[in-house]
Ligand binder design. Structure first.
Ligand SMILES: [Zn+2]
Length: 285
């Protein structure tokens, strides 16, 4: 049997009609039809909308119809999954600015930049083997941490953020247990992870052997890294069974949110937001 069990996942989707009416009212235009020579930049999409990260009306633009990586906020440079994450964070924790938040492997824009600027107790960590785990880099910008074996104290964070991290872990079971350990009761892990398998079972792309060697089970795939190295290996293609897996491994209560709301620049493939809540025990049961 696979390490990833089938799941019963709750997926929420906002009303299609609501946002269609909304963007129609805004008079957005699609410029696919442009054919004459033109020196101006060609956008496959360009329309105003409300950016949940900028918290104001901006222009959303895309030069490529793969919105996941190309539908940018013209102001903060964020992409759809980052805006989806911000919507969910603000919905669960409207007081996020005053909370203690740890983000593992942040990117240098969007939600990470906003948290760095506006959250009073925000700590970012990177998996940087050049720096002893638990220590900060020279500039004091980030703390070196192994998400699967963290040096943070128990129950020291209200929120833990990860953005497209869990598809790169060799031991997601250890990572979610560690995240749970560092969360206070009432806190939550909120993250994005590409659910590329959708309803199919999650599958391993790579694992570690007994000597720490990488064992490839499928053709290696790499994603770009915030540290600017050669990219990070994709270890797992996740399906919706990630919800049951994370709950079983950690005891956290997992829900997946899928937001489709072009008026807030949130439309693309693979932009589910995973929320793992650390709820208080139920007395008497
Ligand atoms: Zn923005």
């Amino acid at each position: 049997m696979s390490e990833f069990e089938p799941s019963h996942t709750t997926v929420f989707k906002s009303s299609l009609m609501t946002f269609l009416k909304h963007i129609a009212a805004r008079g957005q235009r699609f410029s696919n039809a442009v054919s004459a020579p033109d020196v101006r930049p060609r956008f496959v999409y360009e329309a105003p909308g409300w950016c949940p990260i900028c918290e104001k009306t901006v222009l959303f633009i895309a030069r490529n119809d793969w919105f996941r990586d190309h539908l940018f906020c013209s102001d903060c440079g964020s992409i759809p999954r980052e805006r989806a994450l911000m919507i969910v964070l603000a919905q669960f924790y409207p007081n996020w600015r005053s909370l203690s938040i740890h983000e593992s492997s942040p990117v240098w824009r969007g939600v990470s930049a906003k948290l760095h600027k506006e959250c009073r107790s925000y700590v970012m960590s990177q998996y940087d083997r050049k720096i002893p785990f638990g220590s900060f880099d020279e500039s004091g910008t980030y703390r070196s941490e192994d998400i699967e074996n963290q040096t943070f104290n128990d129950e020291c964070f209200d929120v833990v953020i990860t953005q497209d991290v869990f598809e790169h872990l060799y031991r997601p079971d250890r990572a979610i247990k560690e995240i749970s350990r560092t969360l206070r009761v009432g806190g939550a892990h909120i993250g994005t992870v590409p659910i590329v398998q959708k309803n199919a079972a999650s599958r391993r792309r790579a694992s570690l052997g007994e000597s720490g060697e990488i064992i490839h089970h499928l053709e290696p795939q790499y994603h770009s890294s915030a540290l600017g190295d050669n990219g990070v290996l994709v270890t797992i293609d996740w399906g919706y069974d990630i919800a049951r897996y994370l709950t079983e491994q950690s005891g956290l209560v997992t829900t997946l949110y899928l937001i489709d709301d072009l008026s807030r620049g949130v439309r693309a493939e693979f932009i589910e937001v995973v929320v793992n809540q650390k709820l208080p025990p139920i007395d008497g049961i």
